[in-house]
Design a protein around this ligand. Structure first.
Ligand code: GLU
Length: 553
């Protein structure tokens, strides 16, 4: 019996040979420096921020080299696959602006010439390559039963040996073809393992583009490549897929780092060109001074739905991810605030190689605050409305009812060199502008309560606002005239209009012009902190101002 016939018996019904598959997946027509990479999630649940970070990084490096970034679904562990797993991944990742050049694009569609991009649809391919290894004597049928495997594991644990099927534990690796077929004919079930050519006592050096050079023992474990359900293991599928899809760089979590010796060996025995590895540390967080892993259970910011729910702009998230990808991004962005992420050149040498990447939500908020401050009034209006449509009906209705007025509100201290930084996220908007709308003012003023500061005597308050509206308010005043009048008002009522004088002799005055404007501000808005008061007065208009002054009690 030829080796080929033998391989056919071990893995029957395979439609194509590996040589045919090689032809079906020709080299990509790309620049030498182009990075081809992928995001390769398993449909085992919802992707989290760590996954998004990984996808962002892979995408950024691929795009800047005019390479290819694709989405591959790794669903070979059927016991962990969840219902609608692919849908969940796509729905979670797409809204963030992660763009795939090829791969799975919906539950039922793919784009690109290197598919199928769902591993469970590639079974024939894996088997074709497993047959190649069997034919070459580099893989074999292993009949170890679950009981035998348990016993080996127990024995190894007890005597503190490395776990796995290697050396004397790999007892089926030397079965002859005849012995193997005899067992198969008897109906014994089997899986396919590689015949590892490695020795644990040799060292290999792996140059990880993020972690640096790492020395590890060579793999000597006869790793499973085809499982009893006919599906490949992650290790085997990784080698075959990344070879056929011509991946150049593998970005993945560093939980895979210890498997690299297996992967390097698989590429070698399959005769594949090795890929470059970029292992990413998990995201961490500082919790009461201690650094720990970001946790989906404990930290809402680990969950991707947290971001749309709070109206955090995607662009800000991307800017933050760029900030934690490369240590020099932040400085670059500060100097080039109008440039886009794609104008920055990411560099592997500027990635953090440490055990964890700190994920700092306050920092993200700060980036987001700066980002929103630079948007136009139209953009803030549209983005807030978009957020409100999904998460705040009341806000949505008010914005839709008063589009121009709302835009004018958003325009206060905006579209200027140093814009006001009011909002970290669109969910902050209502809390900061509700008082500009009568409907919301009536509803929320009691709840928020008037935040009068130093002047609390209601008669004095009434005196200030009445004198102001009767004698000094003129809706046509420009800003300077307006402010001079507030000063005159202050002088008339015994408040210092000059802060310097006030500071020198506070006892000569009832207070200062600052206290007087606070009374006006709070009477109109209930808040002691608002954007520019002159603008607020202008937008509210005379009737509303009078009405609001009237109800202060
Ligand atoms: N499916 C693997 C995971 O979700 C992907 C690892 C890889 O990117 O190769 O961990």
């Amino acid at each position: 019996m030829t080796n080929k016939e033998y391989a056919d018996l071990l893995l029957p019904g395979v439609k194509h040979s590996w040589e045919e598959y090689e032809k079906m997946y020709p080299e990509r027509d790309l620049d030498d420096k182009a990075i081809v990479t992928r995001y390769a999630p398993s449909p085992t649940g919802l992707p989290h921020m760590g996954n998004l970070f990984q996808a962002f990084m892979a995408m950024s490096f691929a795009k800047q080299t005019n390479g290819v970034f694709y989405l591959r679904i790794e669903d070979t562990d059927t016991s962990r696959t969840v219902e609608n797993g692919i849908r969940k991944i796509l729905d979670a990742i797409y809204p963030f602006g992660i763009e795939f050049d090829e791969g799975v694009i919906s539950q039922t569609e793919e784009k690109g010439k290197y598919g199928p991009y769902i591993q469970s649809k590639r079974q024939d391919i894996y088997k074709a390559y497993a047959k190649k290894l069997i034919e070459e004597g580099k893989a074999y049928a292993s009949f170890l039963t679950k009981e035998e495997l348990d016993e080996i594991r127990e024995q190894q644990s007890k005597s503190k040996q490395r776990l796995g099927i290697y050396g004397r534990y790999a007892k089926d690796r030397n079965l002859t073809k005849e012995e193997t077929l005899e067992r198969i004919n008897k109906g014994q079930s089997y899986i396919i393992r590689i015949k590892s050519p490695g020795s644990f006592f040799n060292k290999i050096k792996v140059n990880d583009l993020i972690k640096g050079t790492i020395e590890m023992p060579e793999n000597d474990i006869d790793e499973v490549i085809i499982k009893s359900d006919g599906l490949p293991t992650y290790h085997f599928a990784h080698a075959i897929d990344d070879h056929l899809m011509h991946t150049t760089h593998v970005f993945r979590g560093d939980e895979w780092l210890s498997s690299v010796p297996k992967h390097v060996q698989l590429f070698e025995i399959l005769g594949f060109k090795p890929v470059k590895y970029c292992h990413l540390a998990p995201l961490t967080k500082s919790d009461e001074g201690k650094i720990r892993k970001l946790s989906k259970r404990k930290d809402p910011e680990a969950t991707l739905s947290f971001y749309p729910e709070n109206g955090i702009p995607n662009e800000a998230i991307m800017l933050y991810l760029a900030t934690i990808t490369n240590s020099n991004f932040e400085g670059w962005h500060d100097q080039n605030p109008d440039k886009q992420i794609k104008d920055f050149t990411f560099d592997f040498r500027k990635c953090s190689s440490s055990a964890g990447t700190l994920y700092d939500l306050p920092k993200l908020y700060n980036i987001s605050k700066n980002y929103i401050s630079r948007l136009t009034k139209e953009e803030v209006y549209n983005n807030t409305l978009e957020y409100a449509k999904n998460y705040d009906v009341e806000l949505k209705e008010i914005l839709e009812k008063y589009p121009d007025y709302s835009k004018a509100i958003f325009n206060i201290e905006r579209e200027q060199k140093k814009p006001r930084k009011d909002y970290e996220k669109y969910s902050d908007v209502k809390g900061q502008i509700w008082y500009m709308y009568d409907e919301l003012f009536d509803k929320y003023k009691e709840e928020y309560g008037y935040d009068f500061q130093s002047i609390t005597d209601i008669n004095e308050i009434k005196n200030i606002i009445n004198t102001y509206i009767d004698k000094y308010y003129d809706e046509n005043d420009d800003k300077e005239t307006w402010f001079n009048k507030v000063k005159e008002l202050s002088d008339e009522l015994g408040y210092a209009s000059n802060m310097k004088e006030y500071k020198e002799n506070p006892d000569n005055f009832k207070g200062s012009v600052a206290d007087v404007s606070t009374v006006i501000r709070v009477s109109l808005t209930t808040r002691s902190q608002t954007p520019d008061l002159y603008e607020i007065l202008r937008l509210l208009g005379k009737d509303r101002i009078k009405e609001r002054f009237n109800i202060v009690k």
